[in-house]
Write a protein that binds this ligand. Structure first.
Ligand code: NAD
Length: 427
């Protein structure tokens, strides 16, 4: 861990990985920022951190307390924006890193947002729908002092859904006394959600893969694809890869690892996962060892589950041509170096999975104007924003001989730090 990270007293060094990875990524970019590097420490110090107690009465009458977080990493370019994660392994450290990546992602795409993230440390599978509603409402009330349509706008992430966003929107609205649909994105369409939002992240992953494939000569329609994580991001990405002629040969979720070299029937796998909550028991593919999954020969490997999955050891054995990061922070910095040495192209999270926040931006704009766009308009605008960002990042990477991740960070950090410099420090 760097000196800057260790100075933050609220970190538990034993669980420091995601934030330390983020700090390391920032340190790698510093030499490329010219005079703006003077402001670099800004990115190593989250602007605001809120830790909240989330108590509820469980269905059996017991009283239980859970830990919740909202971190606003940087607000120099606009209100905070980033998802809310419900997962048993959520820590403050992880939420800080995820908020940092949101700052970079929003700036890399040119969206007028800062970076934020939230989470509650629970395994949602262990709760009834009524309990989850109580947890969501209490969490929303507790973080209500820092969120709002012009302050910080949450969205779904692992373990949360459009139903979670509906409860969050309702709770916040009850507390402020009027309907405030723009306080969250990823809502149901009936409540001011946007068409195309649910599949936007997976669609963006596909767009990023396609653009990379065009540039390095790996066409999607002849590609073998391996996807880790079969939820909102991985499931939709797999479906769109398949629709565009690729063969998805292996899938892994929290409960199963499956392989079918002839190509998995993705609509059938999606139907199975929707009915059973996981891929476990799906008969359209053969079970595979968890580690063998990381050594399958393929053109595109899409990590779309948790951070830190692509370790140095797995990077040494990976037999993919392109890694497209659907998840946030799936590749450790050391693994990144190994992939670079092995000439495996990595399209980083801050670009590859930015489709979700881009359509969240469209949703927020639509809510403000109460004027809603067609799905075609949304998908067209998503394509154009993603392609513009991809092109600018790719060109910078070629010109300066940088990795795509470093190029994306250079563009983003310059935008954030220029805004910081122009605004100046108060007082
Ligand atoms: P999700 O809850 O819908 O799905 C998560 C998937 O990962 C599930 O299939 C789950 O079984 C699987 N998984 C969990 N732990 C695993 C493990 N140890 N090994 C293998 N698989 C595991 O979540 P999601 O919204 O698809 O998010 C996935 C990733 O994408 C996260 O890193 C999230 O931050 C990122 N992301 C999500 C969005 C979005 O719009 N939902 C946007 C950008 C980035």
């Amino acid at each position: 861990m760097t000196a800057a990270a260790s100075r933050l007293s609220y970190l538990d060094p034993a669980r420091a990985e995601p934030w330390a990875s983020f700090i390391e990524q920032i340190d790698r970019v510093a030499p490329h920022l010219g005079s703006l590097s003077r402001w670099i420490e800004t990115l190593k110090h989250p602007k605001r951190i809120l830790v909240v107690d989330v108590p509820i009465v469980r269905d059996d009458g017991a009283i239980a307390h859970y830990e919740g977080y909202r971190v606003q990493h940087n607000l120099s370019r606009g209100p905070g924006k980033g998802g809310v994660r419900f997962h048993a392994a959520v820590t403050l450290n992880e939420v800080m890193a995820l908020a940092g990546w949101m700052t970079i992602k929003n700036a890399a795409l040119g969206l007028p947002f800062g970076g934020a993230k939230g989470g509650v440390r629970i395994d949602p599978r262990g709760f009834s729908a009524a309990e989850l509603e109580r947890i969501t409402r209490r969490y929303t009330s507790e973080i209500g002092i820092v969120i709002g349509p012009g302050k910080d706008i949450p969205a779904p992430d692992i373990g949360t859904s459009e139903q979670t966003m509906a409860w969050m929107m309702d709770t916040y609205s009850m507390n402020v006394g009027h309907t405030a649909s723009g306080v969250v994105t990823g809502k149901p369409v009936a409540l001011g959600g946007s068409l195309g939002r649910q599949e936007a992240t997976g669609r963006g992953v596909y767009i990023a893969a396609r653009e990379a494939g065009i540039r390095v000569g790996v066409p999607i329609d002849a590609a073998r694809v391996v996807v880790q994580g079969f939820g909102n991001v991985g499931g939709i990405a797999a479906r769109i890869f398949r629709e565009n002629g690729a063969k998805v040969i292996a899938l892994q979720d929290a409960e199963a690892t499956l392989c079918n070299p002839a190509g998995i029937d993705i609509p059938a796998a999606l139907a199975h996962a929707a009915a059973h909550g996981s891929l476990s028991g799906f008969f359209g593919a053969e079970p595979l060892g968890e580690e063998d999954f990381w050594q399958l020969e393929c053109e595109y490997f899409v990590p779309a589950a948790l951070e830190g999955q692509l370790t140095p050891e797995r990077a040494r054995g990976l037999r993919a041509r392109v890694v497209v990061e659907g998840a946030n922070g799936p590749t450790t910095p050391a693994a990144d170096d190994i992939l670079h040495e092995r000439d495996i192209l990595v399209i980083p999270d801050v670009l590859a999975n930015a489709g979700g926040v881009t359509v969240s931006y469209f949703e927020w704009v639509q809510d403000f104007s109460s004027f809603f766009w067609s799905e075609e308009e949304i998908n067209d605008r998503l394509e154009s924003i993603m392609m513009k960002a991809f092109d600018a990042i790719w060109r910078l990477a070629q010109e300066r001989k940088l990795s795509i991740r470093t190029a994306a960070f250079v563009i983003a950090c310059k935008r954030v730090l220029a805004a910081r410099e122009q605004r100046g420090l108060y007082p």
